[in-house]
Design a protein around this ligand. Structure first.
Ligand code: 4NP
Length: 151
């Protein structure tokens, strides 16, 4: 089994969407995919209604996911940890215990634009178009991840 973790701040907008999109592209027999937030604001909550709606538009269901917070043990449970932005990256790397932990973590958009440090923008305070943009970015990144991990 290959274990993949998607990380954002709240675990209600970007990372649950990334989780649902990548899950739709990989066989569940071989890939376990989860998502978390670096903050604890939305632990136990379902995704933002706007994330649920954009996923549904593309025939992906994320309505039953529940928010949880990143914890150090996630470094042991997951092989690849994809973060949405620089602030998530810093928050996760602060908890790394050794080089092996650090090596698992990367910006998700590095998959399509390596070394440019591009971020998936937080759509929480914006309108619905922000969620469409985020969906497109994540879909492209997840296409690349799926092709690389399951060629
Ligand atoms: P996410 O978006 O990190 O993509 O889930 C956010 C959701 C909620 C908050 C911030 C970002 N918040 O401050 O409550």
């Amino acid at each position: 089994m290959t274990n993949i973790l998607m990380v954002c701040l709240g675990n209600i907008c970007r990372s649950p969407l990334a989780e649902g999109i990548l899950r739709s592209k990989l066989p569940k027999e071989n890939f376990y995919i989860d998502s978390v937030g670096t903050a604890n604001y939305h632990v136990g909550n379902k995704p933002d209604l706007r994330s649920i709606a954009i996923a549904k538009k593309y025939e992906i269901s994320i309505a039953t996911l529940k928010g949880r917070q990143f914890k150090v043990l996630d470094f042991d449970r997951f092989d690849f940890i994809y973060v949405m932005d620089q602030s998530n990256l810093e928050n996760v790397l602060k908890l790394a215990r050794h080089k092996n932990d650090i090596n698992k973590v990367s910006l998700i958009l590095d998959q399509i634009t390596p070394n440019e440090n591009l971020e998936v923008p937080d759509p929480y305070y914006g309108g619905n178009d922000g969620f469409e943009i985020v969906y497109k970015m994540l879909n492209e990144a997840c296409n690349t991840i799926a092709k690389r991990l399951n060629p």
